[in-house]
Ligand binder design. Structure first.
Ligand code: GLA
Length: 727
């Protein structure tokens, strides 16, 4: 049983194999947080709340000055009546009042987990997950708030979400609706977040948590590369392999907020949810509002421990469809090989070469539709450009299949160009503010996906292509952020809903298309890894990780992405040198090993390579096919962090634990270079492992504790790959 309720003390204990999460109803009314951390067998009340009269802490009850919401550790804090820290939700009544008070109103324990209407969310059978719903109520305005906790006992994961129900006869506006809030009664944490930009996604930023608030957010209408919807609290001593880490990740692809606030008494309030800016919801009588879900993981086994919890959880309880568990094809994408300038002949030449080298999927990127010779036209016109492809898409797909490869196609369905047939016919489809000029991004506008008719148009136009051509793979791109998030389709009270409605519209489109075309492998993309989030992962089991394919940059991007996302979800391609994004020249071998550490492919003109380079490419493809199962279905262990210096190392252990693949990268060659060691992780100490390429046999303990000495080499950006088979 994952959820234990102690009626005498009104204590809820949510227990997983790794963690315990404990709450108590205090004074019959207030839902209070007691503990989240390493699993305890039974919670008997050790971490009691210490009552104290604190200066400036107001009291709801005049007879007891030690009781204040300002000092009470809470589960879903309110605002306006004594807690001056950041609140978890907000309301605005018709009369303008913004005060609200939520009191405990009962609970329910349910087997399994309900679907979150219209939203991506984790799932599981009653054997996997048990659900606790705690009802809170604002009696004055008949607002019910249901806090939902889903306990995935064997996975060491708890997910949280919130449902608002307006049981009153009058409407109410929700002005903030976070999905989770936890009050820690301790402060010795570092905070870890992932920040970045286009071409520079997901940099690790670890810093001490001190007084005030650390807040990350996106106001860009999408989860964004600027900040990822992920935040971890880490003990000062925590590293890759040990120490306590609390990680939270939002299963959502739009505006978000995550924060850690240290209060005057050294408590930490950790929160995550929808961003309240431009994020209101008008709730009619009888209506409900469901927040997206937050995945919460606790481990005392450091960042690798955290990653293993997230990876397994996402693979088993978030990723769907036949491709989630299937080995992914090695692809070639024509984008960096041709950009918009291609002909049928050029594509077929590239495809022929690709099939000769062993590549399994040919992807035709941007530029095949409308009259798109550059990035400022034709988005929305999802029909083939016969100037470039006179024989049409079905013919091209047949040619590719005839070469023994699968065929994939690029779309950017959420967008519209002003120079397009769609815009000429439906200028009203654009997301815009009445009477104001458009703000353009990459020469394009965004479709108003808050409108069902616009979503249905997107579905129909993409479906027409998918149904008429033999397509095995779709790259779903999204190349600008949202501005003027308003819509003429909604009234004045609802304009604050548009950013969320856009995301709901997108999810509706994705749910429809991915379920109508279950055989197609979908890959998400947003100018690279700009929307690499758990929400998209529910619909698309892989995502392009970054437009930056420079091997050195990719070491970092993939390292940090792997904190919560399994390597199989990260599209990683070998591209030309000098690299298009950085101008750096790295060896083909290193570009290969970095890309092979994830979901492998190529993005270059194979016909421009020398025979010698082509031989290397062929060998890389053959190698990846041998290690693919270990990389894509095995367990990743990060060893050396490239954010900390000149080295990057990691290894993979296959599911059956028989194959081990390790990579070692040294970024710059150094004078008086130290001899580096590679200490593997996740092996069986008492087993023997044979180095597949060199024949030597080592003990697992030896490989892990003593490590292998890496021979010295005078070379920048050098790399090594070691493969071991258990003897
Ligand atoms: C984005 C993607 C690229 C490519 C281009 C096409 O930038 O990230 O991979 O598809 O769009 O315009």
């Amino acid at each position: 049983m994952a959820i234990i309720y102690d009626e005498a003390q009104s204590i809820f204990h949510l227990q997983t194999q790794a963690s315990s999460y404990v709450m108590q109803v205090v004074r019959g009314k207030y839902l209070s947080h007691l503990y989240w951390g390493r699993r305890v067998e039974q919670y008997r009340g050790s971490r009691a709340i210490i009552w104290k009269d604190r200066g400036f802490a107001p009291n709801p009850d005049d007879t007891d000055r030690t009781f204040s919401l300002d000092t009470l550790p809470q589960e879903y804090p309110q605002t306006g009546n004594g807690d001056f820290r950041t609140c978890a939700y907000g309301v605005r009544q018709e009369n303008g009042s913004r005060i609200s008070s939520l009191l405990y109103d009962g609970y329910e324990i349910l087997p399994g987990k309900r679907k979150l209407q219209g939203l991506p969310a984790s799932f599981g059978t009653p054997e996997d997950v048990e659900t606790l719903v705690i009802r809170l109520r604002d009696e004055l305005i008949d607002l019910v708030v249901e806090l939902e906790y889903n306990v995935f006992d064997q996975r060491g994961i708890i997910t949280r979400s919130v449902r608002f129900l307006n049981e009153a006869q009058r409407p109410v506006t929700l002005t903030k609706m976070l999905s989770m809030s936890v009050d820690f009664r301790e402060q010795d944490f570092d905070v870890l977040t992932l920040y970045g930009a286009h071409n520079n996604e997901r940099n690790m930023d670890r810093r001490p948590l001190t007084s005030g608030i650390v807040q990350i957010e996106s106001l860009r209408g999408t989860s964004s590369p600027q900040q990822s919807p992920f935040l971890a609290l880490m003990r000062k001593n925590a590293d890759e392999d040990q120490g306590e880490v609390y990680g939270v990740q939002f299963v959502y692809s739009g505006n978000f907020l995550a924060s850690a606030q240290v209060d005057a008494f050294q408590n930490v309030r950790l929160q995550m949810g929808l961003h309240p800016w431009n994020g209101e919801w008008y709730l009619h009588p009888g209506e409900t509002f469901q927040t997206p879900e937050v995945v919460m993981a606790y481990t005392h086994e450091g960042l690798n421990g955290l990653s293993h919890l997230f990876h397994t959880f996402y693979r088993r309880h978030l990723m769907r469809g036949k491709h989630a568990d299937a080995l992914r094809p090695i692809l070639i994408n024509n984008w960096e090989a041709t950009f918009f300038q291609f002909t049928e002949e050029k594509l077929l030449n590239l495809a022929r070469k690709a099939s000769e080298t062993g590549i399994e999927l040919f992807v035709l990127d941007d530029g095949w539709f409308g009259h798109r010779d550059g990035d400022n036209s034709s988005l929305g016109d999802w029909f083939v450009d016969e100037r470039k492809l006179p024989h049409g898409l079905p013919w091209l797909a047949d040619q590719i299949h005839g070469m023994g490869m699968q065929f994939g196609l690029w779309f950017e369905p959420e967008m519209i160009s002003q120079d397009s047939q769609l815009y000429r016919e439906h200028p009203d489809y654009v997301l815009h503010a009445q009477g104001r000029p458009y703000t353009i991004g990459r020469g394009q506008l965004v479709l108003d996906l808050s409108r069902k008719d616009v979503c249905d148009h997107v579905i129909d136009s993409v479906r027409a292509v998918l149904a008429s051509t033999h397509i095995d793979y779709v790259k779903w791109d999204m190349n600008r952020h949202l501005t003027e998030m308003e819509s003429g389709a909604y009234g004045p009270c609802q304009q604050g809903e548009i950013s969320h409605r856009y995301v709901l519209g997108l999810y509706y489109i994705l749910e429809t298309l991915t379920s109508q075309f279950p055989d197609i492998l979908f890959e998400g993309c947003s100018s690279g890894g700009g929307r690499f989030d758990a929400g998209m992962l529910y619909y698309m089991p892989q995502s392009w990780c970054s437009d930056n394919t420079d091997a050195v940059c990719r070491m970092k991007i993939q390292y940090a992405t792997s904190l919560t996302f399994p390597p199989v979800t990260m599209g990683a391609h070998v591209s030309v040198v000098p690299n298009q994004q950085t101008g750096r020249v790295t060896p083909l071998e290193t570009r290969g090993y970095v890309a092979m550490s994830a979901n492998f492919g190529y993005e270059l003109d194979l016909n421009a390579l020398s025979q010698q380079e082509l031989d290397v490419v062929k060998a890389q493809i053959a190698l990846y096919k041998e290690i693919r199962d270990t990389i894509q279905n095995g367990t990743l262990y990060r060893i050396k962090n490239p954010f900390n210096g000149n080295l990057a190392q990691w290894n993979f252990v296959s599911q059956d634990r028989k194959q081990v693949v390790a990579f070692h990268f040294e970024i710059l060659s150094q004078p008086a270079a130290p001899v580096q060691l590679l200490k593997l992780k996740g092996l069986e100490a008492d087993a023997l492992y044979r180095d597949v390429d060199r024949g030597t046999v080592y003990g697992g303990d030896e490989l892990m504790y003593s490590g292998i000495s890496i021979p010295l080499k005078k070379q920048d950006f050098r790399s090594e790959c070691y493969r071991f088979e258990k003897v």
